[in-house]
Design a protein around this ligand. Sequence first.
Ligand SMILES: [Zn+2]
Length: 302
Amino acid sequence: MKLLAALLVSLCLGAAFAAEPAAGAGTFGAHGFIEYVAGDLPLIIAAPHGGRLKPAEIPDRTSGVVDIDANTQELARAIASVVHAETGRHVHLILCHLHRSKLDANRDLAEAAQGSALAEHAWQEHHAFISQACASAVKHFGVAFLIDLHGHGHADSRLELGYLHDSLDLADCEEALNQSTFINAGSLRWIAQRSTLSYTELLRGPRSLGALLEREGFHATPSPRMPVPTGPFFRGGYTIQHHCKAALSITGLQIEAHRPRLRDTDENRLAFSRALVKSLAAYFPLHLGIRLDEPRRLIEAQ
Ligand SMILES: [Zn+2]
């Protein structure tokens, strides 16, 4: 009897481990439309708009934005490579290989797939992989930090950091921005609930991600230099809104990267990846209580 019980336990454990793919291993959804590379860090990077596949079976989307965010998948892979080179660990990567004219994974299902069953299935897979990656990070580390990576074509060459607040919101007085209703609407809520810093400091103070990126030579907003973004500015879209829930211990932001001298060449993508990883290596201990190169599960979450 004891032997049978032990066998059952080991079978169950085996099944549990088998459910989590090995870090660095890639897997694809149906038809190869969505790729998930599993990680072993509380850092998840999704690139929904860098895909180039245009299968004839999926009709072209007839409304909304249909342009690719050029080289954002290459940028996501470059960031993952730098993280691996510097920490020996893997970020979770979710890449949509469908061209945006076929699927916009950063929109709600109706606008994203516009009635195509194949595109709808790919959308479900994209968000299921993000959920799976975040759940794995929370299980191992107590928190998940999600970056939805995009490319903008705005005239101003700066990184736009989308915490679900638009530029008009960010122009309001400090007092309004530090109120709980405003904080609760943003993607940094999980961090804000635990931080000794004010919310405006988290968004654009000297220890904000914008400040850290500027220190590495990349203009960013919001930041101490540009606390209120000039328009046009992307506030963060469906993915960050849908997944960054404090109750699930998921936080993060949408990063919109300009193209010139950042995502245009292999060399520039590598330079930015190094700057971002250095910024995140400073950001994680400050705001998540976790080192990027030696992550430990948060004590409070155990
Ligand atoms: Zn985009």
